[in-house]
Write a protein that binds this ligand. Sequence first.
Ligand SMILES: *[C@@H]1O[C@H](CO)[C@@H](O)[C@H](O)[C@H]1NC(C)=O
Length: 186
Amino acid sequence: MAYPLCFISLILPLLVICACCPSHTAAIRFETKADAALVQSICKESLDPDFCNRTLAVDPRVAAASMDGLALLSISLTIDQLQTTSDNIASILGQTSDPVGRQRLIVCGTDYKDALGQFLRAFSSSDTRAYWDVIDRVRDGTNKVIDCENIYKRDPISVSPITADNHNVIKLSELTLIIVDKILPH
Ligand SMILES: *[C@@H]1O[C@H](CO)[C@@H](O)[C@H](O)[C@H]1NC(C)=O
């Protein structure tokens, strides 16, 4: 709760000043900065702040986003990543003839389809501020992606061709959970 309150206390006087100002430029710059600081606090809490910088922090939509908006944004970045990975899986499958490799990619394809369903529902729940449901959906969806990562660790062990994509999803999910944790009352 500390963050939204702090944020409101910064923004309210600003809106008053803004209403009296002939130019809104200073206010816009200030608001953007406040949001950037908020996103930095999220990035710093994450396991990979550099990844957070390259994904969430650079998104132009961050500038105008509230905390609820950041939750929606992080979920929509995850949905984009899931769709990109699904396309990658289909294209790698087209170039794979080894039966074990094919079978694993097919399992991953199903995992990603399930994960996408969970994250689409997480988006709807986030939109209605049903954040406990968001947590459940994000966890279930992420577990599907972890399953896809783990099947390559079984005999015969091999390197997953989509391990980087899997980790992107896992890291984006972490960002959503950090944001939701800041929204929920403690
Ligand atoms: C992320 O970006 C912020 C602001 O530009 C910077 O201060 C911070 O060092 C960056 N963190 C990493 C890990 O790159």
